[in-house]
Design a protein around this ligand. Structure first.
Ligand SMILES: Cc1ncc(COP(=O)(O)O)c(C=O)c1O
Length: 393
């Protein structure tokens, strides 16, 4: 059978390979502790699940949803945004509901990229920015994230001819996979860059509510004039442990939001209304779960960090996101170290090169592993002498 080039060009989904390795080990009866995928182990808050139970009984929710979102959900998102960031949004024109931020990110590429166009994409980064670009027929111009720049895209280093021809700039802070954060001044630079080159700025803020040590992440929408060039993606997945329900929203420039809605309405029929009702409950109800999650991830981070340093990993303590992004011991590749720690200690980490070429030499650990497993991992790693890397590494 002949498949389209876009299917042939797809790299294997990162976590499929990792899941296979885990399954093989478990089939042999070996214990495996996974710090792989960033999928919260903590359940959705009970009041949010209860709202779904009630919403499921309403026949209005058995029908097609409105593609751009239930007006009440968009209102709840706008109200939350106002409370959290102090920015007013027109719920009708500046908000669209999404089947998770991932869906919106993938479809956004279809709004801005024509065949042959270039997207500015961080490397390492969440793979959907470049995959969406490829699906739309475009190519990614990689923007290297480097440790010495605090993992921020160096906007000044983008050659002006590339900037002039690019059709979109992707940014993501708090960042996956590096855990880096960007302050409002950086967001101002990004907005100015978008305006100078007339490029839409697409900011993925999926981790804005997963923050530690008192840090609060800004929104690009707090930059005056951001609505002229930017939209921002938000997700209820990590905020309220709702990855399984698939719910997010995008906010910002009304024309960009409308384009996303028009693409979506031709490809999907929106978020099931009962799920949007969960979102209304989550966004407008008690927010204790958000702070509680942050406390849990921070505790796990603090438990793991010392032993990771002891075995020779090097990293900055993340102030946000679910991730610890660590440099592997000298001489190892990302994949080589991930394989060694899995074989010898039954611990799964994600090789950094899966997030782009500049992720080589790093691994990512997600704090979404139950506390007792974090404790077990700490015990397993204590005193571990990482073997010298294989000669061919
Ligand atoms: C940077 C980033 N953006 C977006 C998403 C997708 O979020 P959602 O579950 O809302 O689709 C993820 C999920 O891991 C992510 O890491």
């Amino acid at each position: 059978m002949n498949f389209a080039k876009r299917v042939q060009q797809l790299p294997p989904y990162l976590f499929v390979q990792i899941s296979q390795k885990i399954a093989e080990k478990r089939a042999k009866g070996e214990e495996v502790i996974s710090f792989g995928i960033g999928d919260p182990d903590i359940p959705t808050p009970p009041h949010v699940v209860e709202r779904l139970r009630q919403a499921a009984l309403k026949s209005a929710n058995h029908r097609y949803p409105e593609s751009d979102g239930l007006p009440e959900f968009k209102r709840a998102a706008a109200d939350w945004f106002q409370k959290r960031f102090g920015i007013a949004l027109n719920a009708d024109k500046e908000v669209v509901s999404l089947i998770g931020a991932k869906e919106g990110i993938g479809h956004a590429a279809l709004c801005f990229i024509d065949p042959g166009d270039v997207a500015l994409v961080p490397d390492p980064g969440y793979p959907v920015y470049s995959i969406g670009t490829m699906f739309a027929g475009g190519t990614s111009h990689w923007l290297p994230l480097r440790e010495e720049n605090g993992w921020l895209v160096d906007l000044d280093a983008i050659p002006s001819d590339v900037a002039r021809s690019a059709k979109v700039l992707w940014l993501n802070y708090p960042n996956n996979p590096t855990g880096a954060v960007a302050d409002l001044r950086y967001m101002e630079k990004a907005v100015a860059f978008g305006k100078r080159y007339n490029i839409p700025v697409l900011h993925d803020a999926a981790y804005s509510e997963v923050t530690f040590d008192g840090y609060k992440a800004p929104s690009i929408m707090q930059v005056p004039g951001a609505k002229d060039v930017a939209i921002e993606f938000h997700s209820l997945s990590k905020m309220y442990n709702m990855t399984g329900w698939r719910l997010g929203f995008a906010v910002g420039n009304p024309d960009m939001i409308n384009a996303l809605f028009r693409v979506k309405s031709n490809l999907d029929s929106g978020v099931p209304q009962a799920i949007q009702e969960m979102g209304i409950e989550a966004l407008s109800g008690p927010q204790d779960a958000v702070a509680n999650n942050c406390r849990i991830y921070q505790r796990r981070r603090d438990k793991l960090a010392p032993v990771l340093r002891e075995i020779g990993l090097r990293f900055e303590m993340p102030r946000a996101s679910l991730y610890l992004w660590a440099r592997v011991p000298e001489g190892y590749t990302s994949a080589g170290f991930a394989a060694t720690i899995l074989d010898q200690k039954g611990i799964v980490v994600t090789p950094g090169n899966g997030f782009g070429p500049n992720g080589e030499g790093y691994v990512r650990l997600s704090m979404t592993t139950a506390d007792e497993n974090v404790d077990k991992a700490v015990q397993k790693l204590k005193g571990w002498k990482v073997p010298p890397p294989p000669a061919k590494e």
